[in-house]
Design a protein around this ligand. Structure first.
Ligand code: GUN
Length: 292
């Protein structure tokens, strides 16, 4: 069984980014990322913190904007519009999920698609469908693809099951896998799919992105399969100082021995998401400065 080391692969991507940032700065271009957090969700606070910290480590400019949970739709739209106009900012990310009273789709549509480094704007979703490389690809799926490549996993003609159909992971992941460079045969399974275990058991490569702790059991996985666990779930654990532990969507201990390769949680897909965000922000800075 091969344990796919997301931290190591992310470190390699970040090293590439750091070099490119250095080169851009020598041309007088300072790439900049704005990260907007609305409310006090503890997990989101951690994610936003590590995005901003990574920017600093790479020499990228960043702006962290933390707004109270009671922020109105109009106030948030105004913040986005100001960032759209800010020439020091090339990438804008509004951390998901926002508080329930926020209409997230309208916020995403308000982001200048040229700065939409999450790849959530309809214009970038269309470019993903069209396989137009000028668009931004969502970070978690592109990071998962990069992990497969780094682990030497061939997707050509492979049977892949994507478990989950979210806009952030499942749908874009399925599109990347069926694109002409990956050529996988993709099944998208979800909570309403009939006989999920049997569907998953058919997969050469299983992508688990449902957000349910340890849902994928050993008998859901074919012998010799590759498993990419996208879930990062907090489950109560009194033995931890924080009061919780992190676990994926896969019951790792029972599934791992059956696998050809598997990603751990933490230390698998998580670090890749941030690394790909940095790459997307560099793409944005390049494109906004007419560098091809
Ligand atoms: N929440 C969980 N993953 C993501 C992501 O990739 N981008 C944003 N904006 N929010 C998220």
């Amino acid at each position: 069984m091969q344990l796919i080391d997301g931290k190591a692969v992310a470190a390699a991507v970040l090293a590439e980014c750091k070099e490119e940032i250095h080169a851009l700065r020598q041309q007088g271009i300072q790439p900049g990322l704005a990260v907007v957090l609305v409310g006090e969700d503890p997990a989101s606070q951690v994610y936003v913190g590590s995005k901003v910290k990574t920017c600093a480590e790479l020499g990228m400019h960043s702006k962290k904007i933390v707004l109270p949970a009671a922020t109105t739709q109009e106030e948030l739209l105004a913040v986005v519009q100001e960032l759209n106009q800010d020439p020091t900012i090339h990438g804008i990310l509004v951390q998901s999920p926002p508080p329930a009273h926020i209409h997230e789709e309208e916020i995403i549509r308000a982001i200048d698609p040229r700065k939409d480094v999450d790849g959530f704007h309809p214009e970038n979703v269309a470019k993903l469908v069209l396989e137009d490389p000028s668009g931004f690809v969502p970070c978690t799926p592109s990071g998962s693809m990069r992990l497969l490549a780094a682990a030497g996993i061939d997707t050509q003609g492979a049977k892949v099951v994507v478990l989950g159909r979210s806009m952030i992971v499942g749908k874009p992941m399925a599109l990347l896998l069926m694109a002409k460079n990956a050529n996988a045969t993709v099944t998208v399974a979800h909570s309403r799919s009939r006989d999920l275990p049997a569907l998953c058991r058919d997969a050469d490569i299983l992508i688990a992105a449902v957000g349910r702790p340890e849902m994928v059991k050993a008998d859901w996985v074919k012998d010799g399969a590759v498993v990419i666990d996208v879930g990062i779930n907090r489950v109560p654990d009194a033995s931890k100082k924080s009061g919780f532990r992190l676990t994926g969507d896969v019951a790792f201990d029972e599934v791992a021995p059956k696998c050809q390769a598997i990603t751990p949680v933490p230390g698998g897909v998580g670090p890749m998401t941030i690394a790909m965000l940095m790459k997307n922000t560099l793409q944005a800075a390049r494109q906004q400065n007419g560098i091809t």
